[in-house]
Design a protein around this ligand. Structure first.
Ligand code: ATP
Ligand code: MG
Length: 559
């Protein structure tokens, strides 16, 4: 095997040991999102990690909605999450599950605990429970309701289910140890009363299980072998094992699904938290959860990222136990690398200035054969019209160039990419002193951009025929966050960069680009990679989002 030399990450090491020692015979992982928002790049890591491990060990990957809290969950999110997981390429085959489909089993588990004297109904309020719980340094106090008889508890729990109590008036608690050094073990809440319609079970239930109770049961029912989660759940692991064992799924922690924690993926100076994104959406600062400046999976897809680029990124990030933050430039590196060979390189002028080639016949048009991607001949060629009047980018001309400026300036000869050598003869200014037209002469012997007599030109610039070029809108993005101020201000609001979006309405592109389909991406030579926006493009009027520019100071970290 070719990747035998690559060192295994700590999760792979645990899995291999478990397989070797017979704790499990197969590997079964899951991705358990709560449908309370859109997924982001951090979730992509979890998805690809779980899916990747199942694939690597010939096991199975389950996709399960952890939909135990109807107050925050919506069908809209269920649908978006499904689309995202699918797009990323994590194939759950026929194993899409909903925690809410296990509500009856969970309820039975709770009844079983009551019968064993391991759970009781409490009337303490949320505040009182917090007060009784104690602190890291002080043990908790016994719940005054913990002495209720099994019969009374069974009846009360049934009454909770039957809708006889108001929200928050009663909870079911596990009876574990109020003086445990682990606060999670101090009689944690298992069930709460919530009169709310659930997106899957409707009004069937008014008691809902807490995450810490529901999650291990979901894993145990599905036969998950390795339950991978993020670091904040480390202290919950004893409770996870307690639930699996006390509910009778397994006898020992060794046989139980094994919870393994890894560090969350953070991006430096990037907003990932659901509640912050929600606020940006609500305030209209971004145009929805898939605004191309965000790092939700939907936004990355809209911006023009590919599943392959995200897979590469996640791979480069690795898995670890230590929290750290990755630079956004690494994500940009991954998409650049992925698109470089795959996508055609087209000419687009973002800030046009007209060029007239005075010695070129007025009504002539030549269709030049141009490679779609010089580095990848498989992409073939296309025909690009060349005419007497063209557009070039304003930054490719200077009236008074500084040293080492090799592009167009009066008296200088440059190469029009794939076309001819042209020499700038003169230019015209408007009443405000702005250059509006450049006049050149061309050398007919330099067709294809080849030197006719060994003559050298130092600059090569791109262009688009004025007659055949098409006007499109192009959007350039910068970080949504004002990096100088940091991500959040003192009120917890995002410090928004006022220049995060630039809309260019008058770009001129090769005619072929007008046929761009939504989500189709291209390299615009010398400018970057751009993707046709699926929301704002209309028939014949594509809007292009810049995915990433071409240049970067980013260096791959060396192993
Ligand atoms: P957030 O707090 O960002 O909204 P969450 O943890 O509440 O995320 P869940 O739907 O509960 O979102 O998460 C589903 C899975 O994704 C969990 O297993 C969780 O550990 C994992 N996950 C969430 N955020 C990250 C992250 N930044 N990096 C890696 N995995 C993550
Ligand atoms: Mg969550």
């Amino acid at each position: 095997m070719e990747n035998e030399t690559i060192s295994k990450n700590f999760i792979e090491q645990i899995i291999e040991k478990d397989l070797a020692e017979g704790h499990c015979t197969t590997v079964k992982t899951r991705f358990p999102p709560e449908p309370n928002g859109y997924l982001h790049i951090g979730h992509a890591k979890s998805i690809l990690l779980n899916y990747g491990l199942a694939t690597e060990y010939g096991g199975k990957f389950n996709f399960r909605f952890d939909d135990t809290n109807p107050t925050k969950e919506k069908l809209e999110f269920v649908e978006s999450i499904k689309a995202d997981v699918k797009w990323l390429g994590a194939d759950w085959e026929d194993r899409l599950f909903y925690a809410s489909n296990y509500f009856e089993q969970m309820y039975e588990c709770a009844v079983g605990l009551i019968k064993k004297g391991k759970a009781y109904v409490s009337d303490l309020s949320a505040d009182q429970i917090r007060e009784y719980r104690g602190t890291l340094t002080e043990p908790g106090k016994e719940d005054p309701y913990s002495t209720r008889s099994i019969e009374e508890n069974l009846q009360l729990f049934q009454d909770m289910r039957d809708g006889k109590f108001e929200d928050g008036s009663k909870v079911l608690r596990a009876r574990i140890d109020m003086s445990s050094s682990n606060i999670n073990m101090r009689d944690p809440i298992l069930y709460r009363v919530t009169h709310m319609t659930h997106h899957n079970t409707g009004d069937q239930w008014c008691v809902y299980p807490m995450y810490d109770f529901a999650h291990p049961i979901e894993d145990a029912i599905e036969g998950i072998t390795h339950s991978i989660c993020t670091l904040e759940f480390e202290d919950h692991r004893p409770l996870y094992d307690w639930v699996v064992i006390e509910c009778g799924f397994k006898n020992t922690p060794e046989e139980s699904p094994k919870q393994i924690e890894f560090a969350k993926l953070y991006l430096t100076n990037v907003v990932t938290g659901k509640r912050y994104i929600k606020k940006l959406v609500e305030q209209g600062i971004v145009d929805g959860w898939d605004d191309p400046r965000l790092v939700s999976i939907a936004a990355l897809r809209r911006r023009g990222f590919t599943p392959e680029s995200i897979q590469k990124f996640v791979e480069l990030c690795g898995v670890s136990k230590a929290n750290s933050s990755v630079d956004y430039a690494m994500l940009e590196y991954c998409i650049r690398e992925d698109l470089k060979m795959k996508r055609p390189r087209m000419m687009a002028v973002l800030d046009p200035i007209k060029v007239v080639i005075d010695n070129y016949p007025e009504d002539q048009v030549e269709y030049l054969t141009v490679d779609n991607n010089l580095e990848n001949p498989e992409l073939g060629t296309r025909q690009v019209p060349f005419t007497r009047e063209l557009y070039i980018d304003r930054e490719d001309f200077m009236e008074e160039p500084p040293k080492k400026y090799f592009r167009m300036f009066p008296g200088n000869e440059v190469r029009l990419m794939n076309a001819y050598f042209v020499k700038c003869e003169s230019f015209v200014k408007d009443e405000n002193g702005k250059v509006i037209e450049i006049h050149c002469t061309y050398d007919p012997a330099s067709k294809g951009g080849n030197s006719p007599d060994g003559r050298k030109v130092k600059g090569t610039i791109h262009w688009v025929s004025a007659q055949y070029g098409k006007r499109v809108t192009v959007r350039l993005y910068e970080n949504l966050v004002n990096e100088e101020l940091g991500v959040y201000d003192e009120n917890g609001d995002v410090n928004v960069n006022p220049n995060s979006l630039t809309v260019l309405e008058d770009c001129i592109v090769e005619p072929a680009l007008l046929e761009a389909k939504p989500f189709e991406s291209f390299q615009f030579v010398r400018q970057g990679f751009f993707c046709a926006d699926y929301k704002d493009s209309t028939e014949g009027h594509p809007v292009f989002n810049r995915i990433v520019s071409l240049k970067s100071s980013f260096k791959l970290p060396t192993a």
